[in-house]
Ligand binder design. Structure first.
Ligand SMILES: Nc1nc2c(ncn2[C@@H]2O[C@H](COP(=O)(O)OP(=O)(O)OP(=O)(O)O)[C@@H](O)[C@H]2O)c(=O)[nH]1
Ligand SMILES: [Mg+2]
Length: 318
């Protein structure tokens, strides 16, 4: 590991409150496999990650986990217990787990999520897992940051599974049906278990990725090794098909666009505070000025102030 736990904890705290990842650390990223685990509250994502950590550690891999914590009202009481269960790994130097409070942004990602993922990557973890609650709107955004997206459902969510199968949930690279121990009869009916047989394999060159459906029980441990195998197979596919490079370009683009947007928004709000801007807005309200003409007048100010602010960012200490 490049960074000690305490150092990393400090860094993540700084990033969480809007700090910037030092460029020399960003330069060290790109080595970790980024796995995103998403979907409804209480489906067993944390419990699955707890099991995945066991399996990955057995394979000698180090694991960094960021839990985007929605403080879900559904699993309420179970939350603390599950977090504690995951925390049993906290003595292990090869494991780092961090809950991030949600300043919700597009339903699941906090503004600082990509930066925190980079920090875990730079710290030297082989696998970085992000747990988030998918809401629908954020799915595309989620897909942009991850190498592999794992969507977790339960057998009782029959409709969701149907939707997933009908291709609406295109972001999933691996579909997991958890709590197989509770719903085994229903699961067999709706989703043939035969799909669990045989390890998922990486397609040959030119072949498309066939999304596997894996039945797991985070309680009994059923299917966890299969899930790990599917993650390996997907990674191998990404590398051999050159999709990995493409996904990472897309992620970089999305991250830069997001940063530009927040910088622009800040510039707009700053420019609107000026008394002259207030007059323009008042004139729009009084119908003395049309909104488009107002934009024409204001954009000159905003672009000017934006140039100033980007110089400021470039000079600011890291
Ligand atoms: N029977 C059974 N219970 C499970 C299984 N996986 C998780 N649970 C239970 O389901 C509840 C929710 O599990 P979590 O791991 O907290 O689920 P989560 O998806 O992380 O929940 P949120 O973080 O609130 O979205 C807990 O009480 C778990 O003990 C499973 O495979 N079988
Ligand atoms: Mg959880």
């Amino acid at each position: 590991m490049i960074m000690q736990g305490k150092q990393l904890t400090k860094l993540v705290t700084r990033l969480e409150s809007g700090g910037r990842l030092p460029a020399e650390l960003y330069a060290r990223t790109g080595r970790a496999r980024i796995v995103w685990i998403t979907r409804p509250p209480g489906v067993g994502k944390s419990s699955l990650i707890d099991r995945l950590i066991d399996e990955l550690r057995r394979q000698g891999k180090t694991v960094g986990v960021a839990v985007i914590d929605p403080t879900s009202p559904i699993s309420g009481g179970a939350l603390l217990g599950d977090r504690l269960r995951m925390q049993r790994h906290s003595e292990d130097e090869g494991v780092f787990i961090r809950s991030l409070a949600t300043r919700q942004h597009h339903g699941g990602l906090t503004d600082s999520t990509p930066q925190i993922v980079h920090a875990l990557d730079a710290a030297g973890f082989d696998v970085v897992i992000v747990e988030t609650v998918g809401t629908g709107q954020d799915e595309v955004e989620v897909a942009e940051v991850a190498d592999t997206v794992v969507v977790v459902l339960m057998p009782e969510l029959g409709d969701e599974i149907q939707r997933a199968k009908s291709g609406l949930m295109e972001i999933a690279d691996v579909l997991v049906i958890n709590k197989a121990d509770l719903f085994s009869a229903g699961a067999a009916r709706r989703e043939p278990r035969s799909q669990n047989r045989g390890e998922p394999r990486s397609p040959n060159k030119g072949e498309k990725w066939e999304r596997p459906t894996i039945h797991t029980s985070a309680k009994s441990g059923e299917g966890i090794a299969t899930l790990c195998g599917a993650l390996d197979a997907h990674h191998a596919y990404l590398v051999s098909s050159r999709q990995l490079a493409r996904r990472r370009e897309r992620a970089a683009r999305a991250e830069v666009i997001r940063l530009l947007q927040s910088q622009m928004t800040a510039s707009i709000l700053r420019a609107l505070e000026a008394p002259q801007s207030q007059t323009i807005l008042t004139n729009v309200a009084k119908r003395k000025l049309d909104p488009y003409d107002a934009v024409g007048k204001l954009s000159v100010r905003i672009l000017g102030s934006n140039n100033r602010s980007s110089k400021h960012v470039a000079r600011s200490p890291r």
